[in-house]
Design a protein around this ligand. Structure first.
Ligand code: IFM
Length: 487
């Protein structure tokens, strides 16, 4: 039994005043009940206007790789190279969303989504990466974005989600500073053409993934395993491309444009909530994200990062650092896993705890479960880097979904995952962590890069033979969260 507690009543009133949703529209007074006893806790609501969305990316869903004047991307080349992807699968067709987007938008609308995060394929706009733009590419995205708006869904556009034009890779890709400049030109051009219908722009998705996996381990396109020095330089060119693009978008997108990025940070969480582990986690967050988020928000590489690289450190100028740290309107953060950190008596003051054997994962072996990251990561980003507006631009999981005999998909494991993560997000938001929205990865099962179609991340099941879409139990769960603006 919940007893009446003046502090709880005060907290409810304050939350209500701050715009937090109470269950089913109840007022605080109504909640207090006839004798003043609180009937239920309202601690599970989100602020009014919280942005609920889903996310996808061009190469993972569009297909139609030879249509609309699109040029070749590094993922076309890589996925068609034998031995690079699961069973040689490619994104040639994917979920065919280039043609089927009206159906996808209808799914979003049925769920009550307020926003859609999608990406533009650079080779659809500049088939050769630079030079002659392709009007058909702009037309395609305009039609898509207008259809979203028509459905009452706000577009959030990412300009680079890994499908680099092959022509640029042939000239060095992210190893070359010219790619950073070409990216800024493409970003500025596209924002100029679509700025009247798109207000929220993200430069790049997960620099840390496309550089470290594409040019470091070689598991992703373009499949290179560079030396330490060349890899450090490629990282620098990626953050530089981001910074230059921020200014280019601002110059061309027109009034009301908001600019950010979507980064996959090292998802630091303290071993548990104690003063010493939290202090260690703060140090770790800055240090472990040194080449990406930290330099973007502080305008410098940390001493430790540069010392560790020694002679392999990137070559850069003060002017470039200034460009990289161009102020953002928001920071998008993609979160899947958590890295537990403890206080340590070493030069850094922290240590990352290796995952014990048998640590739980979802269907992808890298996807260890760590819901606390949705509380701690945005909190650490706000507290250590002063970031004032955050979106969770990706969160979700793979699961071994099957269609049941009644035709439904009961992904109770994904529902459990999402409920646990959203609970931690709500905890942070209710404490004032400045997260303004959440984009679930992903609307649809889609092409999961080197894993091909073997890993399903969607809240909508896709039969890749027929392209039939089946909303999973998790899409109904997500729809109910959106509908009540809370858990
Ligand atoms: O599918 C990817 C996405 O493209 C980038 N973030 C992680 C997702 C799941 O692996």
């Amino acid at each position: 039994m919940i007893r009446f507690d003046r502090r709880l009543f005060g907290k409810l009133a304050a939350m209500s005043a701050a715009g937090f949703a109470l269950p089913e529209g109840k007022s605080v007074a109504a909640m207090a009940g006839p004798k003043g006893a609180a009937a239920a806790s309202s601690d599970r609501g989100f602020p009014q206007g919280f942005v609920w969305g889903s996310a996808t990316a061009s190469y993972q869903v569009e297909g139609a790789v030879h249509e609309g004047g699109r040029g070749v991307s590094i993922w076309d080349t890589f996925s068609h190279t034998p031995g690079k992807t699961f069973q040689g699968e490619t994104g040639d067709v994917a979920t065919d969303s280039y043609h089927r987007f009206p159906e996808d938008i209808a799914l979003m609308k049925a769920m009550g989504l307020k926003a859609c995060r999608f990406s533009i394929a650079w080779p659809r706009i500049f088939p050769e990466g630079t030079g002659q733009p392709n009007q058909k590419g702009i037309d395609h995205y305009r039609i898509f974005v207008e259809a979203l708006r028509e459905a009452g869904i706000e577009p959030y556009c990412t300009l680079y989600h890994w499908d680099l034009p092959q022509a640029l890779e042939d000239k060095g890709g992210w190893q070359s500073k010219a790619t950073a400049q070409a990216f800024a030109e493409y970003a500025g051009y596209t924002a100029g053409k679509l700025g009247d219908v798109v207000k929220n722009w993200m430069t790049m998705n997960e620099m840390s993934s496309f550089i470290e996996i594409g040019y470091g381990s070689g598991r992703h396109a373009p499949g290179l395993t560079l030396s330490k020095q060349k890899l450090a330089q490629a990282r620098h060119h990626a953050v530089l491309g981001h910074g230059l693009a921020v200014s280019a978008i601002r110059a061309s997108a027109g009034k009301g444009a908001k600019v950010g990025s979507a980064e996959s940070v090292r998802p630091i969480v303290p071993a548990f909530n104690s003063a010493e582990h939290v202090a260690a986690a703060k140090k770790a967050f800055v240090e472990e994200n040194a080449p990406y988020l930290t330099v973007m928000h502080t305008g410098r590489y940390t001493d430790h990062y540069l010392q560790k690289l020694g002679a392999d450190a990137p070559v850069f100028t003060a002017e470039e650092l200034k460009a990289i740290a161009a102020p953002l309107d928001f920071q998008g953060i993609n979160i899947y896993t958590a890295e537990q950190v403890r206080a340590a008596d070493n030069a850094l003051g922290y240590a990352i705890i290796p995952k014990p054997k048998g640590y739980p994962t979802m269907a992808s072996d890298w996807l260890t479960i760590g819901p606390g990251a949705l509380y701690w990561v945005p909190k650490l980003a706000a507290e250590t880097m002063g970031i004032k507006e955050i979106y969770i631009t990706e969160n979700g999981c793979s699961a071994d979904d099957v269609v049941a005999s009644d035709g439904e998909v009961y992904d109770t494991d994904r529902v459990m995952f999402l409920e646990a993560y959203l609970t931690q997000l709500q905890r942070g938001v209710s404490e004032g962590v400045p997260v303004r929205g959440y984009f679930l990865w992903s609307l649809l099962d889609n092409y999961e890069w080197a894993d091909g179609y073997s890993k399903r991340f969607g809240i909508t099941y896709v039969d890749f033979k027929t392209q039939k879409r089946i909303p999973k139990l998790s899409s109904k769960f997500y729809g109910s969260v959106i509908g009540r603006n809370g858990l």
